[in-house]
Write a protein that binds this ligand. Sequence first.
Ligand code: 1CP
Length: 347
Amino acid sequence: MSNWYRHMLQSPETASRIPVWMMRQAGRYLPEYRAIRQQHDFLDMVYTPAIAAEVTCQPIERYGFDAAILFSDILVTAQALGMALRFSDGVGPQFDIPIRTGDDVARLQVVSGWLDPIYETVERVISRVSPQTAVIGFAGAPFTVASYMIEGRSSAQLPHTKRLMMTDTRLFETLLDHITDVTIAYLVGQCRAGVQALQLFDTWIGTLDWPSCERFSAHYIARIVRALREQGCDQPITVFGKQTSVFYPLYEAAGVDVISVDWNGDLGRMDAVLRRGMGLQGNLDPHYLYGSKSQIQARVQAICESVPSHRPFIFNLGHGLMPDIPTDAVQWVVDAVRAYQRPVVTV
Ligand code: 1CP
C-alpha cells in the first residue's frame, strides 16, 4: 500500500500533493508530550518501546503528518559503543567522560543488544499508524555523533573536536570508523524492523570547511549508503545538516536519495544544479511559526513553488521545532502545504 511520501520519491511527476512532516515533530511543544515527559526521564522514554511508540504517534494523530519519525535520539549509537550518557534539563546531552585520547577510543566496545528496544519501537509504530503514514528511521551521522562524544555536551564551535581532527587525524578517523560500523548495524536493524525510509542527521557540518566536510562527513555517509545497499536495504536515504545548502554537491556525490536543506538555502537555485531524480526536503525557517497565519501561508507557498514538479520534494523545516512553538501554527503549515496543488507534469 502506498503513501504520499513514497509516491513522491518514486514518481514525483504524478504526485499532485507534497508530503509534509517536521523535524522534532514529537517534542515539548506538544502538551501531550509534556504530560508523558513529566513522568519519565527522556532516555527511559527512548528505551521503553510502548512509550517511544506512543510519543512517535502523537504528532501523527494530532496533525496527520505524512511521515512518523521514530522517537529516539542521535546519541543512542554512542551509548551502543559503551559511552555513559545523561540528559539534564536546560543542558541537554552530557557525556561525563568525553573522548579525548587514544585510550578513550580504544575503550569503546559495542554493547550487544543495546539497541534492540528501538527495533521493537519501530514494530509497534508500524502496527499502529495507517499505511498512509511512512515510518522513518534515523541515526546521527558519524561526524555529529563524534562531536558530542568529544565535546561531552552541546557546543557551537566544537573546539575539542576540531583540535583532535587537526592534531591526531588518524585517531579522529578511527573514532569515525567505530561510529560508522555501529550506525550501519543500527540502520540495518531499523530496516529489518520495517522502516520505509531513513534519515541521517549531520547537524553540525556548518563548523567545517569544504575539504573537511568531504573527508569527515560526506565520506562516511557514502560508506553508510553503500553498506546499506550491499545488505539489501533499499529504503530512500535523506541527509540533513545545518549547511547542506552549502555542501549539497558532496552529499549528491555520496549517493543519498534526498538532501534535507537548512533555511539558508534557496531550493530553486539548488534545483537548477542538482541531478535529475535527486530529492529535496526542507526548508522553512521554524521561526516563521511565531508569525501570523498569512506570513506562514505565503512562505510555505513560495517554498512549494520553488521546486519544479519533476523533482521529488518533501516539505519540512530547515531545523527542528522549538519547544515554545504554538501548536496552531504547526497546523497552519500542514494546511498550507495540503492546499498547494502541485502542477502535474504531462510528458
Ligand atoms: O527534554 C526533552 O523532552 C528532550 C528533548 C529531545 C527530543 C524530543 C531531545 C534531546 N531529543 C529529542 C528527540 C529527537 N532527537 C528526535 C525524535 C523525533 C522527532 O524529530 O520528532 C530526533 C530525530 C532527534 C535528533 C537529534 N538529537 C539531533 C539531530 C537533529 C537536530 O535537531 O539537529 C540532535 C543534534 C540531537 C541531540 C539532542 N537531543 C536532545 C537535545 C536537547 C539535543 C541537543 C541539541 C543541541 O546540541 O543543540
